[in-house]
Design a protein around this ligand. Structure first.
Ligand SMILES: Cc1ncc(COP(=O)(O)O)c(C=O)c1O
Length: 371
């Protein structure tokens, strides 16, 4: 057996390639402004922390399906926030952060050699990783309804998109769901930035206008990492087709893929409160506005970016030249080719740094223009 039978199927872990640029940026006298990974930096809201602490005395095993209270919170939130009518407990499943689900879903669906998993041409890299982990073939698309459906078992949608911030319209989603159902292709729609629309109002695949009020063949993926600053808690969930989720539940029970009980309690609190989501949105809105203006003033063009936590920006040059240029200003960003070769002239700028760091970046971008 090869010493690396599975990991050799996977791409190089992209963030390792950024390390030298991080050193350059860190040498800036006023320190690095890290706009690369997009990790939340603002405090966990007080009511969520209180719920976590109140559930700290949890000596027993949690269940994979979660508490009744958690399942009620998931169906209630999806009805209220996504317009998903009539969801029952059989239509929900908590997961240990959505990255885990994305990476292991094709394996848990029993996919393998000869099967295809499709994802947007510019995409969060874990869709491809998930396909490769089980030996399926990843296929990139521009318009999913133009894919060859033969052998296609799983179709990933992502709206709002990481990295571009593009939002799929109601019409695009409806057309895609109809196409997938016609061809018997399972749709998983990653909607983890849905509550962060700026110039667009993102719509869930579970909205009755899109799915016709039935969840057959469709599942939406949601995460509390960004909307509630809970990336450190690993709190996410999927909603939709009961048959698919029932199968995943069986497998995940055998695999012990449980959310810790205090995190389940924290999730219930987070989904029951809209105030902290609005406060966090306001922080990101301000950072996004000033960063966008500073990038444009510095000569960047920003494309899409109408939702989510990233500015998709270009100076019409190879992305690594832009990464190097910004690293010399002490600003670290992600090269667009991390998200597919089609991104090789863009960089992804996260708006997830503190106000103080964002303002430092804005000042450096302005100074470098006038210098
Ligand atoms: C599109 C997309 N899906 C899923 C995730 C994973 O999020 P988490 O594992 O924190 O729920 C991310 C994280 O950045 C993402 O951008």
């Amino acid at each position: 057996m090869s010493a690396a039978p599975v990991s050799s199927r996977l791409p190089v872990f992209p963030w390792d390639k950024l390390v030298p640029y991080k050193s350059t940026a860190a040498a800036h006298p006023d320190g690095v402004v890290d706009l690369s990974v997009g990790t939340p930096v603002d405090p966990v809201p007080e009511l969520i922390r209180r719920a976590l602490v109140s559930a700290a005395d949890s000596p027993g095993y949690p269940t994979v399906w979660g508490t009744e209270a958690l399942r009620d919170a998931l169906t209630g939130w999806a009805g209220r926030r996504l317009g998903a009518a009539g969801l029952e407990h059989a239509n929900v499943l908590p997961v240990v952060g959505s990255k885990e689900l994305v990476a292991w879903l094709p394996t848990q669906l029993g996919l393998g050699a000869g099967d295809k998993v499709a994802h947007p041409r510019l995409a969060y890299p874990t869709y491809e990783v998930g396909a490769r982990l089980c030996g399926a073939e990843p296929v990139a698309y521009d318009d999913p309804t133009e894919l060859d459906p033969s052998g296609l078992r799983l179709l990933w949608l992502n709206s709002p998109s990481n990295p571009t911030g593009r939002v799929l319209s109601r019409e695009e989603l409806t057309r895609t769901v109809a196409w997938a159902r016609e061809h018997g292709v399972l749709v998983f729609s990653d909607e983890c930035y849905l509550e962060l629309g700026w110039e667009a109002e993102p719509v869930s695949v579970l909205h009755p206008d899109v799915c016709g009020g039935t969840y057959e063949g469709i599942v939406a993926v949601h995460s509390l990492s960004k909307r509630s600053n809970l990336a450190g808690y690993r709190a996410a969930f999927v909603l939709g087709d009961a048959a698919v989720l029932g199968e995943l539940l069986q497998i995940r029970k055998h695999g012990g893929m449980m959310i810790p009980a205090p995190v389940q309690a924290a999730t219930v609190a987070a989904l029951g409160d809209d105030t902290h989501v609005a406060e966090q949105r306001a922080r990101y809105a301000r950072r996004r506005t000033v960063l966008r203006a500073a990038l444009e003033g510095h000569g960047f063009r920003v494309e899409h970016s109408e939702a989510g936590l990233y500015l998709w920006a270009t100076r019409d040059e190879p992305c690594w030249e832009t990464v190097a240029h910004l690293a010399r200003l002490g600003i670290l960003v992600a090269p667009g080719d991390f998200y597919g070769p089609a991104g090789d002239r863009f960089v992804r700028v996260a708006v997830t740094a503190t106000d103080e760091r964002v303002d430092a970046a804005v000042e450096r971008l302005a100074k470098a223009v006038s210098a």
